[in-house]
Design a protein around this ligand. Structure first.
Ligand SMILES: [Zn+2]
Length: 486
C-alpha cells in the first residue's frame, strides 16, 4: 500500500508537471525558453504577478535609456544633499532654495538638517519637488502637468552640479542593469534676442520667406562675440563633467536642447548653438526641444519651430534630432492643436525619433502618418510620464496602435527623479498593462541601442555586451525557473 501511494504521488507530480506557482514544462528547455516561460507565467491572468515582474525586470539587461532628462532624473533626496553641501537654506513657506548669504530673517529658513528633522515639512517638500504622493493622499494640488513642470523651478538652482549628477545617474543605471544613457543635459546657454525677426517671422507667409529671415538672423548671431565663446565654454564643461563616466560597464552621451517656450529669435539662436555644439563635439549626439508642448508659445509657434529645425538640419546634416512631439491629448488643448505635431516633426523637421507621440490617434491622416513613422522614425514610449502629465494610460495609450503597426519602439523613463520611477519600473508597467511577448520585450531593449545616436562602432560594442548580459540573465532565470518547479 505504501509503495502504491508513492507511485500515485509521483504520477500526480508528472501529470500536473509543476510546482505551486503552476509552471508548465514547455517544449523549449533552453535558458531562453525557460526565461520566456517564467515571464509568461508572471504576466498571465487579470492580476499579473507584479512582485515577480519587479524582480524579473530589475535583473534584466535594459540596454539604453534614450529619452532621459538629466535634471529631472535625479531624486529630490540627492538634490537636498547638494543644498546641504552648498550651505544653502530652504525657505519654510515657499520650499525654495535660498543662499545662506541672502537669508535676512533666520526664522524663515531652515538648514537641510533642520528640515530633515521636521518630518511634516520634509515630506511636503518631496511632494513639491517631485510627483511623490500626488495620488495617494490629499494635499493642496496643482494640476498634474503644472505640478510636474513646476518641480524644476525648485531643484533647478542646484541642479547644475553636472559632475556629481552624472555619477549618481551612472550608479543608478548600473544598479538596474542599464548600460547606456542618452540624456538631455541642458541648453548651451546662448540666446540672441531680435525683435524685428520675431515680428517678421510670425508674419511670414511661405517657407521660403522664413528661410530668408533665418539666413539674416544667422548672420547676426555669427557676428555676436558671445556666440562661439558660449559654445566652447559649454563643450569644455561637458567634457570635464564626463570624465570618469564611460567604462566597460556603462556609457553616457548627451543631447543639447532649446526651450520651446521663448521668443522665436531666442528659440532659433539656442537651437543654432545646440546644432553647432553638437557638430563640433563627439560626446554631444543629438538635439531636442524641451518645455511643455501645451505652453502658449509652444503651441502658437510649433510650425515655425519645425521650419527652424528643418533649416538647421540642412546646414548640419550630421546632427541627429529627437523631438518631443505629440505630448498632448484631448481636453488638454483645443482639438486643432492635436492634428499636426507628430506629422510636422516627421515631414518638416525630419526628426529621427519622436518623443511620446501620444496625440497620434487625433492627427490628421493618422494612417498615412503611421506608415511614414514606420519608414522614417522611432517612437520613444514614456508610460509613467504620460499617465501623470497627460492622464493617458492603459487602453487609451497609443502604444497599442504603434505596437500593432510594428513601429520601432523604445521604452524610456523621461524624468525618473520627478516621477520617482526607473527603467525597470517602466518595463514592469509595460508588461502588466500590455503583456508583450518576451521576444518583443527583448526587441525593445536592443532597439534602445540600435536607434540611439551612438556611432556604428559603439552600437556594435554595446549590442555585443547586451548579448552577453542576456546570456547571463537567462541562465539565472532558468535556474529560478528550475527552483520554482521543485
Ligand atoms: Zn521628455
Amino acid at each position: 500500500m505504501k509503495i502504491r501511494l508513492s507511485v500515485f504521488i509521483v504520477a500526480i507530480l508528472i501529470t500536473t508537471g509543476c510546482s505551486h506557482i503552476g509552471l508548465k514544462s514547455g517544449p523549449d528547455q533552453s535558458n531562453t525558453g525557460k526565461t520566456e516561460s517564467l515571464y509568461n507565467k508572471f504576466i498571465e491572468g487579470n492580476s499579473p504577478n507584479i512582485a515577480q515582474l519587479n524582480l524579473f525586470f530589475s535583473q534584466m539587461p535594459k540596454g539604453g535609456d534614450i529619452h532621459h532628462h538629466y535634471s529631472g532624473s535625479i531624486y529630490a533626496e540627492n538634490y537636498l544633499d547638494w543644498v546641504e553641501a552648498a550651505d544653502c537654506r530652504i525657505d519654510k513657506n515657499t520650499l525654495k532654495i535660498v543662499k545662506a548669504a541672502d537669508v535676512k530673517d533666520s526664522t524663515c529658513c531652515l538648514s537641510v538638517k533642520q528640515l530633515r528633522s521636521d518630518l511634516e515639512l520634509y515630506s511636503k517638500l518631496l511632494t513639491i519637488w517631485s510627483d511623490k504622493d500626488y495620488r495617494n493622499h490629499y494635499h493642496q494640488q496643482l494640476p498634474p502637468d503644472l505640478n510636474f513642470f513646476s518641480t524644476f523651478s525648485y531643484f533647478g538652482p542646484i541642479s547644475k552640479n553636472h559632475k556629481e549628477g552624472l555619477m549618481i545617474l551612472k550608479d543608478q543605471a548600473i544598479g538596474e542593469n542599464v548600460s547606456y544613457i542618452e540624456t538631455m543635459i541642458s541648453s548651451v546657454g546662448y540666446s540672441y534676442q531680435d525683435n524685428s525677426f520675431d515680428e517678421n517671422a510670425k508674419k511670414a507667409t511661405s517657407p521660403e520667406a522664413v528661410v530668408r529671415l533665418l539666413d539674416e538672423l544667422t548672420l547676426k548671431i555669427k557676428a555676436d562675440d558671445k556666440f562661439l565663446k558660449k559654445i566652447n565654454d559649454f563643450i569644455g564643461e561637458i567634457e570635464s563633467a564626463h570624465r570618469g563616466i564611460d567604462d566597460d560597464r556603462f556609457m553616457m552621451r548627451y543631447q543639447v536642447y532649446a526651450s520651446r517656450n521663448a521668443t522665436p529669435s531666442a528659440v532659433f539662436s539656442s537651437l543654432y548653438a545646440a546644432f553647432l555644439a553638437d557638430d563640433k563635439f563627439n560626446l554631444l549626439v543629438g538635439v531636442n526641444l524641451v518645455g511643455p508642448e501645451n505652453g502658449l508659445v509652444a503651441l502658437a509657434d510649433y510650425n515655425l519651430h519645425m521650419q527652424m529645425i528643418s533649416y538647421l538640419r540642412d546646414k548640419f546634416p550630421n546632427v541627429n534630432v529627437a523631438l518631443h512631439a505629440g505630448e498632448l491629448t484631448l481636453g488638454m488643448v483645443p482639438p486643432k492643436d492635436l492634428k499636426f505635431h507628430i506629422s510636422q516633426a516627421i515631414h518638416i523637421a525630419r526628426v529621427q525619433r519622436i518623443g511620446h507621440g501620444v496625440d497620434l490617434p487625433y492627427e490628421e491622416g493618422a494612417l498615412e502618418l503611421l506608415q511614414k513613422i514606420k519608414e522614417k522614425s522611432v517612437v520613444e514610449i514614456n508610460l509613467t510620464s504620460n499617465e501623470f502629465i497627460l492622464g493617458v494610460k492603459d487602453n487609451e495609450h497609443p502604444y497599442l496602435i504603434y505596437s500593432a503597426y510594428d513601429i520601432p519602439l523604445v521604452i524610456s523613463t523621461d524624468d525618473s527623479g520627478v516621477s520617482r520611477n526607473n527603467l525597470s519600473g517602466e518595463y514592469v508597467l509595460l508588461a502588466k498593462r500590455y503583456k508583450p511577448g518576451y521576444k518583443t520585450v527583448k526587441k525593445y531593449v536592443f532597439n534602445s541601442i540600435k536607434h540611439s545616436f551612438l556611432s556604428q562602432n559603439e552600437k556594435v560594442l554595446l549590442t555585443n555586451s547586451l548579448d552577453a548580459r542576456f546570456a547571463k540573465f537567462e541562465a539565472e532565470m532558468a535556474r529560478y525557473y528550475d527552483l520554482l518547479q521543485e
